[in-house]
Each structure stands twice: as structure tokens, then as C-alpha cells.
Design a protein around this ligand. Structure first.
Ligand SMILES: Nc1ncnc2c1ncn2[C@@H]1O[C@H](COP(=O)(O)OP(=O)(O)OP(=O)(O)O)[C@@H](O)[C@H]1O
Length: 301
């Protein structure tokens, strides 16, 4: 689990990607839902920008942002907190030389969980890939969303719960249920959030992201994005294969290692092959065909 705390709302590097009408509208709606008290949930295939968008939206609320990544090992102790470790106090009273009195005090120390802190102090929580955590762990969120309390189950705390701060909000993200390592989402939890399906970005938005992330020039970024999209299209446009990350990696490596972005350049062909071959092969299952598809599209660059 990772936690990110952010108090400032500096304009982020990806600001101009989100200035596009599609994102502007989506971000405005999301902020409205959050301010009305509803959690927002972005769902969609891997690598289309859900986490980046969720963090961007969360930052817009001008409250500290806490990021929790869902995983099967996430426990109530991680979320709520627990008494861990020991503090030991030893008093050696040797005032009278012949008499020795030793007093020992052992206490457990409370370590707050990330959800506890976020709920208590009114953070905006980004719960990334929440369906990778077990449904038992996610049950905690039912009480948080419905009763506005965080129950302190099994924490040995003398309090049974803490109240949710009125500013506390959650932005969830998830991959579709057919992904490996994803649990079925509980209807009760889904019922309490506003789920917005995200699909691949427009060409312009993808080019803007690639330029943002790699500082590559627009023409080269566009050529790379087009190449990846065309390969994807030749696989019936399967959404969850060859994400934006492939374009970012090709552009990044081409920039850092001075590979000329040109379909006739063998080094660029090899780069395109290395970045996409495994994904294409996983769909075609035919090595020759996979190579041909990639090289045919690469040579058009
Ligand atoms: N608006 C943006 N500005 C800059 N980079 C972006 C933007 N959106 C996405 N990216 C980059 O695209 C890549 C994929 O984005 P992200 O991790 O947010 O996708 P995701 O849908 O959450 O993926 P996953 O489901 O695999 O976690 C990352 O490298 C991210 O930094």
C-alpha cells in the first residue's frame, strides 16, 4: 500500500490534457458529485489513465489526498490501524543502596491506518484498484459511506468507531471483473458510488499525454500514438491490450537513446517490436503473424 499526502493544488503537468472538452466536462461532473457527498468510481481497462485522473480530481478539492492501492493482502489493520510493538518503561530505584526496586511498565503503541487518518482529518481518498482487495476488507467502506462511521473492528481500541469527517470523500478506480486478481464487486458497495466507465482517450489526448510524459516533439508523438492505435485496431480494437503505456515507453526510449522515429530505421523497428510483440502475440498466438502486423504498421511511420 502506498500513501500520498498532498495539500497544495499546484497546476499539474498534465493540466492541458485535462483542459480538453471531454475531460473538462468529466472532471466538472465528478467534482459536483463529490461535493454533493457521493463517491465517484472510474472503471475501465488497464492503462487508460484512471489513476492519474482520480488523483487529479482529488487534488482539485484542495484537501489532503491519501492514496491507497487495493490488493488481496490489504487488511483491516492496514486501513484502521492496530496496536503494534511495545513501549517499555523501566524504573530502577536504587536510592537506598541495600534495597533495589524495579518497576516495569509495558504498553502497546497505536499505529493509525491510512483510512483512519483520512476519515478523521477529512482527506480526499483515492482508493486505486479497490476490487483487488478482498470483499471482507472492503466491507469497512459500507459503514463509512452509509453510516458515516469507521468501525474499529478488532483494533483493541476502547472506542467502537470514529465519526467520518464531513469533508471526507472517496474516488475509487477499478479494472473490469474479468481481469486476473480482481474480485467480484459487491453490489452493496457499487450501489453507493457513482460509477463512470472510461474508454481509451482520443488521439489528441493520447498525443498530449505522450508529449507531457516524455517531452518528445508533437510530430513524433503523433506518429508513435498512431502506430500503437493501428496495431491495436488490427486486433479488432481490443481495449485492454496495448495501452497508452506502450506509446509512452516507445517515445521515452526513443528520446533517451536517440532512436530516430522513422519506420525505415531498423533501431526504431526493433523498439516497436520489443514494446508490442508480447502483447500482440498474446492475441494472435502466431509468431510470424505478430511480427508482420507490427512491422507493417511500423514501416508506415
Ligand atoms: N493526463 C495525463 N497526463 C500525463 N500522463 C498521463 C495522463 N493520463 C495517463 N497518463 C499516463 O498514462 C499511463 C497510464 O495511466 P494510469 O496509470 O493512470 O492508468 P490506469 O487506467 O490507472 O492503469 P491501471 O488500470 O493499469 O492502473 C501512466 O504512465 C500515466 O502516467
Amino acid at each position: 500500500m502506498s500513501v500520498l499526502k498532498q495539500t497544495s493544488n499546484r497546476p499539474s503537468a498534465n493540466q492541458h490534457v485535462y483542459d480538453q472538452p471531454f475531460f473538462k466536462n468529466l472532471i466538472r461532473r465528478s467534482l459536483n458529485y463529490l461535493s454533493a457527498g457521493y463517491p465517484v468510481h472510474y472503471t475501465g481497462p488497464s492503462g487508460i489513465g484512471k489513476t492519474t485522473l482520480a488523483i487529479h480530481v482529488a487534488k482539485q478539492r484542495n484537501k489532503p489526498v491519501t492514496l491507497i492501492s487495493g490488493n488481496k493482502d490489504l487488511t483491516n489493520d492496514d486501513l484502521i490501524g492496530a496496536y503494534k510493538g511495545y513501549s517499555r518503561k523501566k524504573l530502577n530505584d536504587n536510592f537506598v543502596r541495600t534495597v533495589q526496586k524495579i518497576e516495569e511498565n509495558v504498553t502497546e503503541d497505536w499505529v493509525s491506518g491510512h483510512l483512519y487518518e483520512a476519515v478523521k482529518h477529512g482527506h480526499t481518498l483515492v482508493y486505486d484498484e479497490f476490487t483487488r482487495s478482498s470483499p471482507e476488507t472492503n466491507n469497512l467502506f459500507l459503514s463509512v459511506l452509509e453510516e458515516k462511521i469507521l468501525p474499529l473492528y478488532g483494533s483493541k481500541s476502547k472506542d467502537s468507531h470514529i465519526r467520518v469527517h464531513p469533508d471526507f470523500r472517496i474516488v475509487f478506480t477499478s479494472n473490469p471483473a474479468e481481469y486476473i486478481g480482481v474480485y467480484d464487486t459487491q453490489d452493496a458497495l457499487m450501489d453507493r458510488m457513482i460509477s463512470i466507465p472510461l474508454h481509451a482517450m482520443s488521439l489528441e489526448a493520447e498525443v498530449a499525454v505522450v508529449m507531457e510524459r516524455t517531452k518528445i516533439r508533437q510530430k513524433k508523438a503523433e506518429a508513435i500514438v498512431r502506430f500503437v492505435r493501428e496495431v491495436k485496431q488490427s486486433m479488432d480494437g481490443k481495449e485492454d491490450f496495448l495501452s497508452l503505456r506502450a506509446s509512452i515507453m516507445i517515445a521515452d526510449i526513443a528520446e533517451k537513446t536517440s532512436v530516430r522515429v522513422d519506420g525505415r530505421n531498423e533501431a526504431f523497428q526493433n523498439l516497436c517490436l520489443d514494446m508490442t510483440y508480447f502483447s500482440v502475440l498474446s492475441v494472435t498466438k502466431d509468431e510470424e503473424k505478430a511480427r508482420k502486423i507490427i512491422l507493417d504498421h511500423c514501416k508506415k511511420v
